[in-house]
Ligand binder design. Structure first.
Ligand code: FE
Length: 231
């Protein structure tokens, strides 16, 4: 498998490029508008063809490259059915399989950070968006975020995966690149709670500034980043 983790310094976002083989089909998870040309060059250098670009959720801290990638490569741009973004060419839902050649990502609906948060599962790894971060979890105080449903997404879905499942989040602010489900179960401070009530109280007690680009990014991302002035 070809696997690349690409970092955006501005928003600390990870974008993932996946393909089964050189010369085959590729997909991108959570691409950032400003890196469109970088992705296209890398895909070209690896002899790949981009068939699918997907977002784990509507991001508030950067503008998506879904629209720009579709315009330049003719790939399918996809978001979850809960996103209600009219710009996408495909809406996925829980249980769907997103494919590029023999790679097949299983879609998990993992709301809480937002009501349109999804995770994508391969046999050995999971892309957790902002639902599960390395030693953290995504904030739940805007975009229909809900700590109780995030608790369910974490404890009933993600943490039930095998403990050696690799965890690749949508962001990291501390320089970490990958974790495992077992490691997060043990050492993620947000997960050391006695139950849902304690988790909800903890999340509701967080006082956080809004992301700098939020007012620009959220409306732009509903349009797949097209028409944005951020580029
Ligand atoms: Fe987010």
């Amino acid at each position: 498998m070809i696997f690349r983790q690409i970092f955006d310094h501005e928003s600390s976002t990870y974008t993932y490029l996946l393909a089964e083989r050189r010369g085959g089909d590729a997909l991108l998870i959570d691409p950032v508008l400003e890196h469109t040309e970088q992705y296209i060059r890398l895909i070209d250098e690896l002899g790949l063809k981009l068939v699918l670009a997907i977002d784990t959720h509507i991001h508030a801290d950067h503008v998506t490259a879904l629209g720009s990638l579709r315009a330049q490569t003719d790939c399918t741009a996809a978001m979850g059915e809960m996103t209600r973004a009219e710009c996408v060419s495909l809406n996925f839902r829980e249980g769907d399989e997103l494919k590029a050649d023999g790679l097949s990502l299983e879609v998990l609906y993992t709301p809480g950070h937002t009501d349109d948060s999804y995770s994508f599962l391969l046999p050995d790894r999971v892309f957790t968006g902002d639902t599960l971060l390395i030693r953290g979890t995504g904030r739940t105080d805007f975009q229909n975020g809900d700590p109780a449903s995030q608790y369910d997404s974490l404890f009933d879905q993600l943490l039930k995966l095998p403990e050696d499942t690799l965890v690749y989040p949508a962001h990291d602010y501390n320089g970490m690149t990958v974790s495992t489900i077992g490691e997060e179960r043990l050492y993620n401070p947000r997960l050391q709670v006695s139950g849902k009530e304690e988790y909800v109280t903890m999340m509701n007690g967080l006082v956080l500034d809004n992301p700098r680009l939020m007012d620009l990014a959220v409306p732009a991302n509903r349009l797949c980043g097209l028409g944005s002035t951020a580029q």
